[in-house]
Design a binder for this molecule. Structure first.
Ligand SMILES: Nc1nc2c(ncn2[C@@H]2O[C@H](COP(=O)(O)OP(=O)(O)O)[C@@H](O)[C@H]2O)c(=O)[nH]1
Ligand SMILES: [Mg+2]
Length: 427
């Protein structure tokens, strides 16, 4: 597993920089033409960084890009291979600034060890706020890049996917067998992984904001990076914008898809399915945990206010009955004390326990009436329970009182939570 962390980029971070990451293996016939074509289709007004990540292609793809960069900029700076070491793999990074809006860079990896690790390495050493991933074989036409970037800039929190299967797209040059395999793989991914908001989760042509994949753990043995992102970013709830395009089978070079690819695919889908199940379980557990914490915290606040109400009740009854504020009959004084404590309890609970900031007269009066009613029910319940425990269950008064107060307070809390303040009982 690979914890995708931001590694210090080789080129300095700029705002509105798009890094185009192109993994290559034996793309000698395509790569220079592709770089030129991308340059011809640069989105205007933003800096573009093209990063070719080559796995030591036997046909010399990496070398070709190196030569290309040197030819295009005599002052190209060869960065020391010691400058960065990534996952114990040495790499050479050669960068040019062929024009002020675009730079080209090649990362030469020592071994071929998977497409996802190659792309991730390209992303790690890129400096853009926005990342676009594409193949080198012209299946993904550079003409689509400006539109994809534009969509991404408008909605930076979504993944923009150039899709082969959304309305308006087409696939050119694939034999029927490959079309069927691709369709089946798509159906499996969409249904098993519940990716309902996308028609082409297997696309290799997509763009996203770098920020989106921070803290996402990507399985480097996975099948397609996009599939990983769709399942893992935001718990699988990331918005996707699909753009139709014409996918054209490669004209030069050979596909690296071999017979083992289907097995790898099924394995990857299975791992992602398990991941989804686990994270769903964890999310549910966390939700339950949050609910119980919230419930307990509200109950705690309610009972603290209840205790403060006893004090208010006692002090006011005392002051009104012993001549300090008035000299009322003790029953009258206690009655007023009870009303004052219910009132202070109500306002404190409204503001603190249930965090209700609507103090409009009508709403507050309605709640106050209900709170009063519920408190009366609580008091009646307390008396009834007390009477039952002492008279019928033969329990001691002291113990019965504790039980009755506890049950009545809890019912008071629940009734007010549900009816007065219109909250769910749990949570
Ligand atoms: N760096 C790197 N690039 C790869 C590897 N395998 C494929 N690629 C590149 O990934 C892109 C897609 O590969 P491709 O063979 O066209 O696969 P297909 O489109 O599924 O037939 C191309 O740009 C390839 O050069 C790999 O192992 N390492
Ligand atoms: Mg291809």
């Amino acid at each position: 597993m690979y914890q995708n962390q931001r590694q210090s980029p080789v080129s300095p971070r700029r705002t509105k920089t798009v890094s185009i990451v192109i993994p290559t293996y034996n793309e000698a016939e395509n790569i220079s033409r592709l770089i030129e074509a991308i340059k011809d289709n640069l989105p205007s007004g933003i800096f573009t960084e093209i990063i070719v990540v080559d796995d030591n292609s036997p046909d010399g793809t990496g070398k070709i890009v190196e030569t290309y960069t040197q030819n295009n900029n005599n002052s190209a700076t060869k960065k020391s291979s010691l400058q960065r070491q990534d996952q114990k793999q040495e790499q050479n990074v050669l960068e040019i600034n062929s024009n002020k809006n675009c730079s080209v860079k090649v990362i030469n990896r020592e071994n071929r060890n998977g497409l996802i690790p190659a792309i991730l390495q390209g992303i790690s050493s890129s400096g853009g706020d926005y990342i676009l991933v594409m193949d080198a074989d012209f299946s993904h036409s550079p003409e689509n890049i400006p539109r994809m970037i534009e969509e991404l800039l408008h909605n930076p929190d979504q993944i923009v996917v150039a899709s082969r299967y959304v309305k308006g797209s087409s696939v050119v040059g694939w034999p029927v067998k490959r079309k069927i395999i691709s369709r089946c793989a798509n159906i499996i991914a969409r249904y098993v992984l519940r990716l309902c908001n996308i028609t082409d989760p297997m696309s290799g042509f997509f763009a996203f904001r770098r920020h989106l994949i921070e803290n996402v753990t990507i399985d480097t043995s996975g099948y397609k990076l996009l599939l990983e992102l769709l399942v893992k970013v935001n718990g699988g709830n990331t918005r996707v914008r699909e753009i139709p395009y014409t996918f054209t089978d490669r004209q030069s070079g050979r596909s690296k898809m071999d017979n083992g690819v289907m097995i790898d695919y099924i394995k990857a889908v299975w791992h992602l399915y398990r991941y989804g199940q686990k994270s769903k379980q964890t999310t549910e557990q966390n939700k339950e945990k949050r609910k119980s914490i919230l419930f307990l915290s509200k109950a705690g606040r309610f009972f603290t206010i209840g205790a403060s109400g006893l004090l208010v009740n006692y002090v006011i009854s005392y002051l009104l009955s012993n001549g300090i504020l008035a000299n009322l009959w003790y029953v009258q004084a206690t009655g007023i004390g009870i009303i004052c404590s219910i009132t202070s309890n109500f306002f404190l609970n409204k503001a603190w326990t249930f965090e209700d900031r609507n103090f409009s007269a009508r709403h507050t009066l309605r709640q106050y009436g209900l709170f009063f009613g519920m408190s009366s029910i609580g008091a009646a319940l307390q008396l009834a329970i007390l009477y039952f425990l002492v008279e019928s269950a033969d329990m001691k008064y002291e113990v019965s009182l504790i039980l009755a107060v506890a049950i009545a307070s809890m019912s008071n809390f629940l009734l007010n939570k549900k009816w007065t303040f219109r909250e769910k009982v749990w949570g």
